[in-house]
Design a binder for this molecule. Structure first.
Ligand SMILES: Cc1cc2nc3c(=O)[nH]c(=O)nc-3n(C[C@H](O)[C@H](O)[C@H](O)COP(=O)(O)O)c2cc1C
Length: 182
């Protein structure tokens, strides 16, 4: 499935596609990005029957020591059975500071930029799968990972997940949907 344009308008369809293919493949865990909580709540409606892992932005992304996702939203999602993971971004981390201070190129940021050739959502899906793996939130079986372009979801991929120390063993098995023009 190719969306004409990226963005939040693709969210419902992306989640429905993930649900259908996830069932066909017997996938149990779906990892998705949500910064404010909107996509997480949509996933609660649509992705019933899967174990949901929501990955948020790290603390300090916009404001030092603050998270974009309000604490009461995080708590509510956890009470509803979602595992909310918040940690250092796997495809930037300390390299973001190195790039800010010294400019130039850092390998991890280059990996991120290369994945963005497929669209923002593909980079995000890969990144959050690693963050979920390193937080102990997934079992190691194939997952579906869902990302978007700034807000919402527009990309769903089937991934053989890995921890950050085994990055090059990660496999993108299937691209279920993504935007075509971005
Ligand atoms: C760890 C993380 C990294 C993200 N990186 C990017 C990015 O590089 N580019 C981008 O367009 N969106 C990025 N996003 C946004 C997500 O793809 C997604 O659209 C958003 O988190 C959905 O939030 P919402 O549920 O509040 O709409 C990132 C989100 C998270 C949680």
């Amino acid at each position: 499935m190719l969306f004409d344009k990226p963005g939040k308008a693709c969210t419902e369809k992306t989640l429905e596609i993930a649900k259908e293919r996830g069932k066909e493949l017997g996938i149990e865990e779906i990892v998705l990005a949500s910064s404010h909580g909107d996509t997480a709540y949509k996933a609660l409606e649509i992705l019933n029957g899967f174990r949901l892992i929501v990955v948020s932005y790290h603390y300090g992304f916009e404001e030092p020591f603050k998270n974009i996702m309000p604490e009461e939203i995080k708590r509510d999602l956890q009470e509803k059975g979602i595992n909310v993971v918040t940690s250092t971004h796997a495809l930037s981390g300390v390299e973001r500071s190195i790039a800010k201070k010294f400019s130039g190129v850092s390998p991890v940021l280059l990996i991120a930029e290369t994945l963005r050739l497929f669209g923002q959502g593909t980079k995000v899906a890969v990144e959050i799968s690693i963050m979920a793996a390193d937080a102990g939130a997934i079992s190691g079986k194939d997952i579906i990972a869902i990302g978007g372009t700034a807000r919402g979801a527009d990309t769903a991929i089937v991934i053989k997940p890995v921890n950050q120390s085994d990055f090059f063993d990660l496999r993108i098995r299937e691209i279920l949907c993504k935007p075509r023009n971005f």
